[in-house]
Design a protein around this ligand. Structure first.
Ligand SMILES: *Cc1c(COP(=O)(O)O)cnc(C)c1O
Length: 437
């Protein structure tokens, strides 16, 4: 009896790569990825999970649904404005356009009028100084952590950083600021206690070994009860010859009435800080970046240090920072300031369309910012078991799962996406898993 091993009928690689649909996919996805997908589908057939005659169809379907990146856009229905797992700040239209513009050849380090080399990042710096005139100069680096490393290295490597014990914080997933600073060769001179630090504690510690005094905004927790700290004003009044550095974390450049306790660069500089450090992708609503703003002499010391080159940002970040500050509405600010009545109307419309109730729901700043500050709003309350199909759907929707419910908060969903979100929820309710756009 002769029987053909069905595996011998599996289409060969050369044949599959020559199919018109596969060749077209190579224009879009590149050879390496297409070959990997071809070989994955052949493997399925070798394992008998696919018939030889199904290989072409499955392969074309897989190629058609694959993009060059596995990153997928997500509708953030959690009510958390700066969601670390969703990449922190969504960029403004202006910032996205600026990134596209900057993605080709651009005059990032060239003066087109003279044809000679120019300073990198002057446009982004200009935008920062317009937004925060209290700063004499500014420098943009890779992220907040890099800004802190650079400042600690330049001011205090081999010397001491004087810092309150109440400000030795861990930011997220094991990222501890004290360890980061110690990695630069600076020694931490801890003063005060967890809940109380006094001016005398700082003054006792400051001496010939002091490189800088650092104030860190404990952005992700609050100490309540018997507490006291020393303000920048008090420190400035008592300390003259030592750089006073404030790590603000959040990136507010000016005060925001919605977040009265959140520090901002303008106020910190006015209070006497020589230098402030902030992230670009938290409340500023821009790309990942670290901002250093303050006295010109200090900023230029930072910029001249060899480490500045190692933490320098690319042209895309420079373009996005500039456009975040100089362009149209910034999504983080729109979500933060969303009108509760408007959110309610949108939630009611969604609720009616999917047959679910609206409940009061507080959003959050997130990203380790403004803990305990509720952003009053509304959510549509769905059964908890819808969360998973919503996440896996297209568009992917991330709800908040809380108290046995799947909550859809529209604060961070752009209003123009409401219809797509409604359709996505309707599909998971009816159990229809087909893709919709
Ligand atoms: C977030 C944060 C940082 C780290 O900034 P990244 O941009 O995430 O590197 C440093 N300090 C404080 C106080 C922060 O809140």
């Amino acid at each position: 009896m002769t029987s053909v091993d069905p595996r011998r009928l599996i289409p060969r690689t050369d044949h599959l790569l020559g199919l018109p649909a596969v060749r077209a996919a190579q224009e879009r996805l590149g050879q390496d990825l297409v070959r990997a997908i071809v070989s994955d589908v052949q493997d399925l057939a070798r394992r008998g999970e696919l018939g030889p005659d199904e290989v072409e169809g499955v392969l074309t379907a897989r190629l058609a649904s694959r993009s060059p990146t596995l990153l997928r856009p997500v509708l953030n229905a959690t009510g958390v404005v700066i969601h670390t797992n969703l990449g922190r700040a969504p960029l403004s239209r202006a910032a996205v356009d600026a990134i596209v513009t900057a993605s080709g050849y651009v005059d990032v380090e060239l003066d087109l009028a003279t044809g000679i080399r120019s300073k990198r990042g002057t446009a982004a710096k200009g935008a920062l100084l317009r937004a925060c005139p209290a700063a004499e100069d500014a420098l943009v680096v890779n992220n907040g952590a890099a800004a802190l490393v650079l400042a600690t290295t330049v001011f205090a490597a081999g010397r001491e950083v004087v810092i309150s014990r109440g400000e030795l914080i861990e930011i997220g997933a094991g990222f501890r600021l004290p360890d980061l600073m110690a990695s630069t060769g600076a020694r931490l001179r801890e003063v005060g206690t967890t809940n109380r630090t006094h001016l005398a504690d700082y003054l006792d510690a400051i001496g010939p070994e002091t490189g800088c005094v650092l104030k860190v905004h404990p952005s992700n927790f609050r100490v309540e009860g018997f507490t006291s700290g020393v303000s920048l004003e008090e420190l400035r009044a008592a300390i003259q010859d030592v750089p006073l550095v404030a790590d603000l974390g959040s990136g507010l450049l000016v005060p925001d009435p919605v977040l009265p306790d959140e520090p901002d660069a303008t106020s910190a500089l006015a209070a006497g800080a020589d230098l402030v450090i902030a992230s670009g992708d938290k409340l500023l609503g821009g790309p990942q970046a670290g901002l250093l703003l303050g006295r010109a002499e200090l900023v230029s010391r930072l910029a001249r240090h060899p480490l500045a080159r190692a933490v320098r940002v690319d042209k895309l970040t420079l373009a996005a920072i500039e456009a975040t500050l100089s362009g149209g509405p910034v999504p983080v600010m729109q979500s933060l300031h969303a009108d509760a009545a408007v959110l309610r109307t949108r939630a009611e419309r969604l609720a009616a369309a999917v047959g679910a109730p609206v409940v009061a729901h507080d959003g959050r700043v997130g990203g380790g910012g403004a803990p305990g500050v509720p952003l009053h709003g509304w959510a549509v309350r769905l059964p908890a078991d819808l969360a998973e199909p919503l996440r896996r759907g297209d568009p992917a929707v991330l709800p908040r799962v809380h108290d046995g419910a799947c909550l859809i908060d529209l604060r961070c969903v752009p209003p123009e996406e409401d219809d797509r979100l409604t359709a996505a929820i309707q599909r998971v309710i009816t159990g229809d898993r087909t893709v919709g756009h």
